[in-house]
Design a protein around this ligand. Structure first.
Ligand code: UD1
Length: 351
């Protein structure tokens, strides 16, 4: 069978790294990179770090408004669908590349398989939520990372082709953590001692595109009494250029990191503050407490387990969450067993 895989943004390179090598053992894959992420730190370095095969095609769409960016992707993906005549289009997550892949395939009558199906924040203010809802509506195979995701689909009347497979990011972490421990010199490079610093990431549009929220978050990070390291997504770097940030002795801003360095930092951090979905899960799997810089999360199980707490962009809530943290006594296994990709490839073969 021919599978056309659409990726475009950093988390999709990580997720596809779990599936593509296995897929290629028994199917022909055409790997299409939309070019949504184009900076080496978000794209090239990620491919290299997680061993994702070189894309067969890149559309180089770059950054633009949602409409223009998604529109350019649609044109390019449709052309690839017509040319490569895939039996299935495989999409990941919730980015504009996910949406464009789903739309282009569905309009050409090609079945869509969605990895990370069924997640909901129930906030239509997030572009990602709109992308997820549309992708799940159009997909015929839904690979869910959690029982809650299966229930979310059921609540929308989606019952067919729904499979609870676990989370492919768990597969990738299990595979690459030992390599990160061996190869990454990031702690030495930043002169950090394990468990004596906090790690923060901020990149979501709801935080970066609202100067007040962004200033609150950065201000709160700068006032914490422990060293905080903040690898910066280019989107956040652009947004911060317009904001007056008070100097802080504890907040250290560094460039966006590769996957292996990021894993190493996550594991060594005392606590993680983030608005990323993937980082919330990685914190959980690594047994590191997480404070989520959002008002809601799709990964509700980590909150229910007591390892994640929602602090929004409120400086006082962020400071209190960091200060009051007590690690729970137990850590139930969440989001599968590290073999989600094998299940996905098996189901693609016999849906
Ligand atoms: C996208 C996803 C988000 C995901 C994130 C991971 C959507 C709607 N959002 O957001 O779900 O969590 O990727 O990183 O698809 N930029 C660069 N260099 C790059 C890419 C982006 O400088 O290589 C800057 C540009 O200023 C651009 C901005 O980031 O305008 C936003 O890029 P966008 O394509 O919306 O993606 P992300 O914000 O990264």
């Amino acid at each position: 069978m021919v599978v056309l895989t659409v990726v475009g943004a950093r988390p999709q390179f990580i997720k596809a790294a779990a599936v593509s090598p296995l897929l290629r053992e028994s199917h022909r894959e055409w790997l299409l990179h939309t070019g949504q992420h184009y900076d080496d730190e978000l794209s090239g370095a990620m491919f290299r770090d997680v061993g994702l095969p070189t894309p067969d095609e890149c559309l180089h769409v770059g950054s633009d408004t949602h409409g223009a960016q998604t529109g350019r992707m649609l044109v390019g993906i449709e052309a690839a669908v017509v040319r490569e005549r895939p039996d299935m289009v495989l999409i990941y997550g919730d980015t504009n590349s996910t949406l464009a892949g789903a739309l282009a395939a569905a309009k050409r009558g090609v079945p869509v398989a969605h990895v990370e199906a069924g997640l909901r924040s129930f906030s239509r203010a997030m572009p990602e939520e709109i992308n997820r809802v549309v992708a799940d509506r159009l997909a015929s195979l839904h690979f869910c990372p959690s029982e809650v995701a299966v229930q979310n689909l059921a609540a929308e009347g989606i019952h067919e082709g729904v499979h609870l497979v676990g989370d492919v990011m768990h597969d990738v972490l299990s595979q690459w953590l030992p390599v990160a421990r061996e190869r990454s010199l990031v702690l030495e490079r930043f002169e950090l001692q394990a468990k004596q610093f906090l790690l923060a990431t901020v990149h979501r549009a709801e935080n970066t595109d609202d100067p007040e929220r962004l200033a609150q978050i950065i201000g709160a990070l700068g006032r914490l009494n422990e060293p905080v390291i903040l690898p910066l997504h280019p989107r956040t770097r652009h947004a911060l250029a317009g904001i007056d940030i008070p100097a802080s002795p504890s907040l250290r801003v560094v460039e966006a990191l590769g996957y292996l360095d990021m894993l190493r930092l996550e594991e060594a951090a005392r606590l993680i503050l983030t608005d990323s979905g993937g980082v919330q899960k990685e914190a959980y799997w690594l047994g590191v407490p997480c404070v989520t810089l959002r008002d809601e999360t799709e990964w509700v199980e980590t909150v229910n387990a007591g390892w994640n707490c929602l602090a929004g962009a409120d400086a006082r809530r962020i400071a209190a969450a960091v200060a009051d943290w007590r690690a729970p006594a137990t850590q139930p296994p969440l989001y599968g067993d590290g073999h989600a990709a094998a299940r996905i490839v098996e189901l693609l073969r016999s849906p």
